[in-house]
Design a protein around this ligand. Structure first.
Ligand code: FES
Length: 362
């Protein structure tokens, strides 16, 4: 990014004033904003001043915009020197901005740069005939069609050195030039072997709304009357009776869970917990039916269990609620006769409420 300064005093014009036409245009711009917010029109005002002055902003134009919008001059100078869309020095009749960012660089922007150096000269200088000046800029957003240049308001893309030389010659000779890709392609479509959007039906209007008609037919059970080229192309090239590549493709995967009460039961083990016994009797997890313990014909289980048996049967379990300690639903805690303080949920057989080294309370 080059330092952006106003042009030297010797080339600055002595005065600047908006033309009547531009003054009317500026009034409309200012009217778009609420009272007291006319400063919001500073960018359009500067842009119009630049256009009126042949493509660059002299100091007097910046001052005129500040006065017109009631802004401090420094505020307008900040805007004019910040945005690279404002040229602070004279430019040629055809002002060329060469994109030098990576996509354009790898596609040959350096060769284009050499053409400009040879034909136009150094950047930031206007040719003696006043026709051309050029600068290098960052990405102009046409990377798909790299390399490219912007000349005044138009993009010229897919350039080669020869195409750029021809373009400069045509501009200087006053011949008509066509903005956009210069290699024959349209927009940024593939240059050769275009394989998409080739169906003529896409362009004769017959496709418009066809999906809706097809949807109605399917709902009413009537045979499909879709006859668009799009549909025909799809049915002509698609498989008639599509089959999944794999038997399970697209279906929910049902596999037995590796370690469940049911699978353990099938392996000859009897669950210890009643809930697990019920689970083991279910048939939906492995596809097999497991008899419950009452109907089992298997040999009596040993007292060996696959779960860890607590050394004391009740240890670690929460004691059942003492009768009358559960508040009646809807009774506020503050009004319950027996407020629960947590002491009734202490594990049975747990050690007294003492910490190591602390004497129990009396
Ligand atoms: S890199 Fe050149 S237009 Fe984006």
């Amino acid at each position: 990014m080059a330092i952006r300064r106003l042009a030297p005093a010797e080339i600055q014009p002595a005065t600047f004033a908006f033309t009547e036409e531009n003054e009317r245009w500026l009034e409309k711009q200012v009217a778009k904003y609420p009272d007291g917010r006319q400063a919001s029109a500073v960018i359009p005002a500067l842009w119009q001043a630049q256009k009126q002055n042949g493509g660059w902003l002299p100091q007097k134009a910046i001052e005129a915009v500040a006065a017109r919008l009631g802004m401090p001059l420094i505020r307008v100078l900040e805007v004019a020197t910040f945005y690279t869309m404002f040229n602070l020095e004279p430019v040629g009749r055809y002002f060329i901005q060469l994109c030098g960012t990576v996509p354009c660089h790898v596609k040959g922007a350096l060769d284009l740069k050499q053409v400009l150096l040879d034909r136009v000269g150094d950047p930031h200088h206007v040719t003696t005939d006043g026709y051309f000046s050029w600068i290098e800029v960052e990405c102009l957003g046409a990377c798909c069609n790299a390399p490219m240049v912007q000349i005044n308001d138009d993009y010229f893309e897919d350039l080669t050195p020869d195409l750029l030389i021809k373009l400069l010659d045509d501009l200087k000779a006053g011949r008509e030039v066509k903005p956009g890709p210069q290699n024959g392609r349209v927009s940024s479509e593939p240059k050769d072997e275009v394989k998409t959007l080739t169906d003529p039906a896409l362009y004769d209007g017959s496709v418009v709304g066809s999906w809706r008609a097809r949807f109605k037919d399917e709902l009413s059970g009537a045979p499909s009357v879709a006859t668009t080229g799009e549909h025909q192309a799809a049915t002509a090239t698609g498989p008639g009776d599509p089959k999944a590549a794999k038997p399970d493709a697209g279906r929910p995967i049902e596999r037995p869970v590796a370690d469940t009460p049911a699978s353990r039961s099938a392996a000859g083990e009897t669950p210890v917990k009643p809930a697990d016994q019920a689970d083991a009797a279910r048939s939906d997890s492995t596809g097999a039916v497991y008899p419950g313990p009452e109907t089992s014909t298997r040999p009596q289980q040993s007292d060996k269990s696959y779960t860890v048996t607590p050394s004391k049967p009740e240890e670690g379990r929460v004691a059942a609620d003492a009768k009358g300690t559960t508040p009646v639903a809807g009774t506020p805690p503050s009004e319950t006769a027996d407020r629960r303080d947590g002491s009734d949920t202490k594990p049975v057989g747990s050690s007294p409420d003492v910490s190591p080294g602390v004497a129990p309370k009396e």
